[in-house]
Write a protein that binds this ligand. Structure first.
Ligand code: GLU
Length: 285
């Protein structure tokens, strides 16, 4: 049996905080327990928000925590061609269409039709009518230079999947076979005119390309797994095992944010905390 393969996949759009420390440490612990491999993936698709100094800090702080990972590290910004190829496969299946509404236009459409369904992250499902746009108008709008989002036609995508979509979960809120519910996300965005892949598309492509067998990540991504399972099924890719772990919350019970210096590992380290202190702060040991 080849060893199980784990990954920690931070985005360098801010400094790592205690929640990332928990995630990275749980991955490292699972790797040790299973005699597995530990990969690090830099999720820097959004080149407008990611910065080299944040990436450098990721390596520095993970090493400080005592985490080891294999080289070379996969940086998503170096693999846009892989995501484009995946998108083209979905396009060839007739499952992708462009929509042209801005966020403000989407908000206005939704406001006029409340109550309107929301996805598990609280964003309104796509309310527009781009799906029924004729091919000529579509081509002409795309050629005009207008911004657009490329969306998955959820209804058609689900119709292509036979059998039940599920995943194996061993996390802090659920265990066992979890039924995926991708329809709850509506016509998710797979790419934008200026961003060749969404998180959902890139994560599915990369987990498969890297042979990831075990995904250990925060509970904030639990529901996103439904979209990931659907994309895996459409591409004929194997599903990793998933473990969604508890989140570290701030004093007000909110999810930590990269913009809060108080919980940044960098800041805590500068204050003199040790890696053992960090382990205790995140409830390990
Ligand atoms: N890049 C994502 C984040 O920083 C994590 C993706 C994942 O683990 O699937 O939240």
């Amino acid at each position: 049996m080849p060893p199980p393969v784990f990954r920690f996949a931070p985005s360098p759009n801010g400094y790592l905080h205690l929640g990332h420390a928990l995630s990275a440490l749980l991955n490292a612990e699972a790797v040790r327990a299973a005699g597995g491999r530990m990969l690090l993936r830099i999720e820097d698709i959004d080149v407008t928000r990611c910065r080299p100094e944040y990436e450098a800090a990721i390596y520095e702080e993970l090493a400080w925590l005592g985490i080891q990972w294999e080289r070379p590290v996969r940086r998503q910004s170096e693999h846009f061609a892989d995501y484009s190829a995946a998108l083209q496969r979905l396009e060839a299946m007739g499952l992708v269409y462009p929509s042209f509404e801005s966020r403000a236009e989407i908000a206005a459409l939704v406001a006029a039709r409340e109550p309107w369904p929301r996805d598990p992250d609280g964003a309104p499902l796509y309310p527009g009518s781009a799906k029924s746009m004729g091919p000529d108008e579509r081509a002409q709008r795309m050629a005009s230079g207008a911004p657009y989002a490329l969306r998955l036609d959820m209804e058609k995508a689900l119709a292509r999947v036979t059998g039940n979509l599920a995943w194996s979960e061993s996390g802090d809120c659920a265990t066992g076979e979890i039924a995926a519910d991708p329809a709850a996300w509506g016509d998710v965005v797979l790419a934008r005119k200026d961003t060749p892949a969404s998180y959902h598309l890139a994560v599915v492509v990369d987990d498969a390309l890297q042979g990831i067998t075990d995904v250990v990540r925060g509970l904030d991504l639990f529901h996103a797994t439904s979209v990931h399972r659907l994309l895996q099924a459409l591409f004929g890719l194997p599903a990793p095992r998933y473990r969604h772990h508890r989140l570290i919350l701030d004093a007000d019970g909110r999810k930590l944010s990269k913009s809060t210096a108080a919980t940044a590992l960098r800041e805590l380290r500068a204050q003199g905390l040790t890696p053992s202190d960090i382990r205790r702060r995140v409830g390990l040991d």
